[in-house]
Design a protein around this ligand. Structure first.
Ligand code: NAD
Ligand code: TYD
Length: 360
């Protein structure tokens, strides 16, 4: 089986769905259920015998060691993180704790666990560290895209914490021979994304006729990748990636934030029109994010050539699917935006239960 940290979040839950749709190998999700963790994201697999859930914090060494000793995983796919740049600007300490200390705890536990494994299991064990393109900093308009050897130059506390965790993983590969791999992916979008991030926030605000806040001039460039394509890339890296290597993952969809928001508005005008006028009338320029990176772009040559991965979705196809998903899941949106999913959590865990598994 494999352990998926942060599997109740956006990408982690999509990864669980992707994994269980394609293979029989069981997964156990280990997640602290912070504000970003939502068991509703995992509801479709809740009664699947291949799925189990353990509530726990990656900074809790005992809990992580217990998990590995009980589940005996052949791999850890590590998504758990504080992931929102704006939150990292307001409160950087949580990012240092979870992203750096939490990754360190996982690395230590994985090293000790692996040392006890029989030689074939020790050799085949994998630790896949899921990271971001933001560790590379910001590009000028004429710069070539980020490749795996681009030096780190993080600008936000979030990016700094991810860069630090990447370097800890690197040190464990070099010093202790931990069979780890690192991925750096661009901005994801798709189902189950918490509406603090650009695309779900704009959808939610537009549907509620609230202003659509565009930071600064809205000309910042991001490379958008549909989450399903990211999941396919992670499976390829886990299964066929060379141990110790880093792989950059991107969608080849460099778009300004304004273009992304206008696309969302145009589609909503077709699928869920306003009583009068266009959703785009709600776009409002607001003060810029401090230290806002201007441009990210990814060179995906390495993963394409070595692992045969390519994104399947264009932005046009992926964004339409995504909008349709949010429109088809009003209850999920309502639970998240009203905080109902937290109340449910209190009811569910109020008794102190920490593990839920599918019935045998
Ligand atoms: P998310 O914020 O939606 O989910 C994070 C999950 O981690 C949540 O379920 C949360 O409960 C859990 N978590 C947080 N702190 C924890 C802790 N201390 N112990 C255990 N669980 C904890 O994040 P996401 O967007 O799904 O991102 C997942 C990973 O992918 C992150 O490592 C992020 O840096 C990376 N990434 C994200 C993007 C993106 O566009 N979202 C792009 C590239 C890389
Ligand atoms: P975000 O989804 O927070 O991802 P990241 O900061 O990790 O790239 O933001 C994507 C881009 O959209 C980023 O340039 C900031 C911008 N943005 C806005 O203009 N308005 C918003 O309300 C949000 C949340 C983001």
């Amino acid at each position: 089986m494999i352990v998926i940290t942060g599997g109740a979040g956006f990408i982690g839950s999509n990864f669980v769905h992707h994994w269980l749709a394609e293979r029989d190998e069981p997964v156990v999700v280990f997640d602290a259920l912070t504000y970003a963790g939502n068991l509703g994201n995992l509801a479709p697999v809740e009664s699947d015998a291949r799925f189990s859930f353990v509530r726990g914090d990656i900074t809790d060494r005992e809990a992580v060691e217990r998990l590995l000793a009980q589940k005996l995983p052949r791999a850890i796919v590590h998504f758990a993180a504080e992931s929102h740049v704006d939150r990292s600007i307001r409160g950087p300490l949580a990012f240092l704790k979870t992203n750096v200390e939490g990754t360190f705890v996982l690395l230590e536990a994985a090293r000790a666990y692996r040392a006890q494994c029989a030689p074939p299991d020790r050799e085949s064990f994998r630790f896949l560290h899921v990271s971001t393109d933001e560790v590379y900093g910001s590009l000028h308009p004429a710069d070539p895209p980020f490749c795996e050897t681009t030096p780190f130059a993080p600008n936000s506390p979030y990016a700094a914490s991810k860069a630090a965790s990447d370097l800890w993983v690197r040190a464990y590969i070099k010093t202790y021979g931990l069979p780890a791999l690192i991925s750096h992916c661009s901005n994801n979008y798709g189902p189950y994304q918490f509406p603090e991030k650009l695309i779900p926030l704009m959808i939610h605000h537009a549907l509620e006729n609230r202003p659509l806040p565009l930071y600064g001039d809205g000309a910042q460039l991001r490379d958008w990748l549909h989450v399903e394509d990211h999941c396919r890339a992670l499976v390829a890296i886990l299964e066929r990636g060379r141990v110790g290597e880093t792989y950059n993952v991107g969608g080849g969809n460099e778009l300004t934030n304004r273009a992304v928001v206008e696309t969302v508005c145009r589609l909503l005008d077709q699928l869920r029109p306003r009583a009068q006028g266009s959703h785009a009338e709600g776009i409002a320029e607001v003060p810029d994010r401090p230290g806002h990176d201007r441009r990210y772009a990814i060179d995906t040559g390495k993963i394409e050539h070595e692992l045969g991965w390519k994104p399947r979705e264009t932005f046009a196809s992926g964004i339409e699917k995504t909008l349709t998903w949010y429109l088809d899941h009003p209850e999920w949106v309502r639970n998240v935006t009203t905080g109902t999913y937290r109340e449910w959590l209190d009811i569910h865990y109020g008794t102190g239960r920490s593990e839920r598994s599918a019935p045998a």
